[in-house]
Design a protein around this ligand. Structure first.
Ligand code: ADP
Ligand code: MG
Length: 188
């Protein structure tokens, strides 16, 4: 059974002359353990698709199963708990909390999930190559270091699925390679 199964997913914005078919009948299966890259020009619907998989957005049509169960669509609370239990999300612009240190950013996610584990948080920061930087604030770190904190944070509650939306889009190519290596290594 695939981890993710999308059936005929569509997401339309606007209507009439302003109708945009961001997604139009997408079928997609992804198995557990797979690493999938989604490529396409700007405006081709990548973010819309990721947001659908994260249950951040509600498709106009179609069904979505995660690990064999249909994902609740339409009601905020079940979508939020689905996301909290299963999904880690990494954004292009890090989205770290500026008033919290690297370690505190990771711990916050565990606290929200009701399961603080500081040993694991420290271990995750070490795995992404940030040993010794646990107490730095985001403003005291480079873009690549911040994105590695975001990776550690996305893994803090052991999600079934990590989604990254242009997560290296804001980094130079050398730093992108370091960040992607850290991501794949930490996931494995
Ligand atoms: P990508 O991430 O590949 O750049 P998006 O998923 O952001 O593409 O956008 C796909 C299409 O949907 C684009 O044409 C975009 O303008 C449109 N779109 C995205 N979000 C909205 C929205 N909230 N309202 C109207 N149109 C939108
Ligand atoms: Mg996008």
């Amino acid at each position: 059974m695939p981890l993710i199964e999308l059936n005929k997913i569509s997401r339309y914005y606007g209507e009439g002359d302003t109708l945009v078919k961001a997604l139009d009948g997408i079928d997609l299966k992804i198995d557990q353990g797979e690493i999938v890259a989604l490529l396409g020009p700007s405006g081709s619907g990548k973010t819309t698709l990721l947001n659908t998989i994260a249950a951040l957005d509600i498709p106009t049509e179609g069904t979505y199963s995660f690990d064999g169960s249909e994902v609740p669509m339409g009601k905020v609370e079940p979508m939020t708990s689905f996301r909290r239990e299963n999904i880690g999300y990494i954004f292009q612009f890090f989205n770290l909390l500026a008033d919290l240190t690297a370690l505190e950013n990771v711990l916050l996610v565990q606290d929200l999930a009701g399961s603080r584990d500081s040993e694991k948080a420290i271990q995750l920061l070490e795995t992404v190559g940030l040993k010794g930087l646990e107490n730095r604030f985001p403003s005291q770190m480079s873009g690549g270091q911040r994105q590695r904190v975001a990776i550690a944070r996305s893994l803090a509650k052991s999600p079934r699925l990590i989604l990254g939306d242009e997560l290296t889009g804001n980094l130079d190519s050398e730093t992108s390679a370091i960040v992607m290596d850290a991501l794949i290594k930490t996931c494995r």
